[in-house]
Design a protein around this ligand. Sequence first.
Ligand code: 4AD
Ligand code: MG
Length: 507
Amino acid sequence: MTHRYIKELGSYIDQEVVLKGWLAQKRDSKGLLFATMRDGTGFVQVVIDENVVGNEIFEQAKKMGQESSFAISGIVKKDERQFGGVEVQAKSFCAYANAEDFPITPKEHGVDFLMDKRHLWLRSKRQWAIMRVRNTIIFSIHEFFQNKGFVQMDAPIFTGNACEGTSTLFETDFYGEPAYLSQSGQLYGEAMAMAQGLIYTFGPTFRAEKSKTRRHLSEFWMIEPEMAFYDLKMDMDLIEEFVQHVVGRVLEKHPLELSVLERNTEMLEKVKLPFIRMKYEEAVDIIKAEKAVNGKTSIQLLEEDLKALNDKMASLQSDIAEREAKIAGGTLTKGERNFTQSKIDQLKNEIKDLEEKAGNIPAWLESARNFKRGDDFGGSDETVLTRMFGQPVMVYNWPQEVKAFYMKEDETDKGYAKGVDLLAPEGYGEVVGGGERETDIERLKGKIIEHELPMEAFEWYLDLRKFGNVPHSGFGLGLERMVAWICGLQHIRETIPFPRSYGRLLP
Ligand code: 4AD
Ligand code: MG
């Protein structure tokens, strides 16, 4: 009999298969062992019956600790109530290795504990689902660019110059000379675009972000296409087509994983062309409540959100009070009491979630009231803006001072750079940053000086403007931000197998 994978079991209903995997969970009752096996492709319930496998094998199976490895052969049965829609009735069982005291049990663990055990945490169902979505995102990115004839290039990781500001550089020793870990492959991508026309990088990038936030990693993966003869508008057209493609592929391939993650996919279904586009100044008008969207200003909408949350919490509170009174009345049976108590606990958890949501709103209102025109957007500002639309928003033409040295100035809109940020809704904020590149060599030199960057490290980059200078544009997608948004994760640390961030180098 051939070894099959859990993912394929739907094609083997009523047939006998061999499965190999690990024990995710088990429970037993009266000569029956219900073991959830996981094999990397999925999770399935295996029923081991003492009458079928015999007492000795049954006892051996029953002793397995969580994460023991084993194989079975058995008949696949359709069962819609089960995860994945099937169940397997074992005919034989064989152990590989027993595991004892696996540290991550079905009970709740703190995040720091789980992060320390990341090498084992990756086996849990949620992490499994996230990594599979991440894989599809990566594959669909390559698919998108390869189908359009883009050439993938690998930019160096040791670099001699900053690209995205000097404050986040990781310095290292390169044969006695200082070198930096790459913050972005863009400048090298520009060189390659002049050789290949359409290119994209897909590689690790590094930024020393000396704070713990839910959006920043010290090591993250960036995808940076660069296109010769593209202006800012063409750049934005490509961004929206690209993002729609990637989101669409995940929706198509991962309904099961998204349901494990309890991701409400409604917001993802709304990621459709064309995206909303607006200039920075208009975005500021909206954030600052100087301009209404669909008849409401940001302050009105946030205040309504807050009121709705408070109302909901109050109604849950009175629901809890009613149930508590019932228990106190003393007339309930033991079963009814337990049921009521577990409902109360569930309602209390719901209130906790709502409290957290409501707790964020004052900071957003503060953004709406006090944002300083001309500043870069912070997380709160991005959240306020996208809350107004519930869809991704592209903001372009930013004040030059807040953008990188290589951004082209808009000649028809002096003082503004032809940069664009794509902001994801639901508080995920900037997932893409890009724009049209400065082609005027004198202006570029001026910017390098203004940003206090060492001219000699950029001589090679300036060469690109000397030999066959052409308009060109590109952008960078932060892979982990994209994974967080699509999976609906609270924190970026779960989006990458082994996160590196301030204070985290192990495992
Ligand atoms: O906006 P950024 O800094 O743009 C660039 O690096 C350009 N060179 C891109 C280009 O035009 N080729 O970064 C691009 C994206 C951000 O939008 C964000 O998604 C992600 O990279 N990013 C981070 N992701 C995780 N952790 C961090 N510390 C990140 N910093 C940026
Ligand atoms: Mg940016």
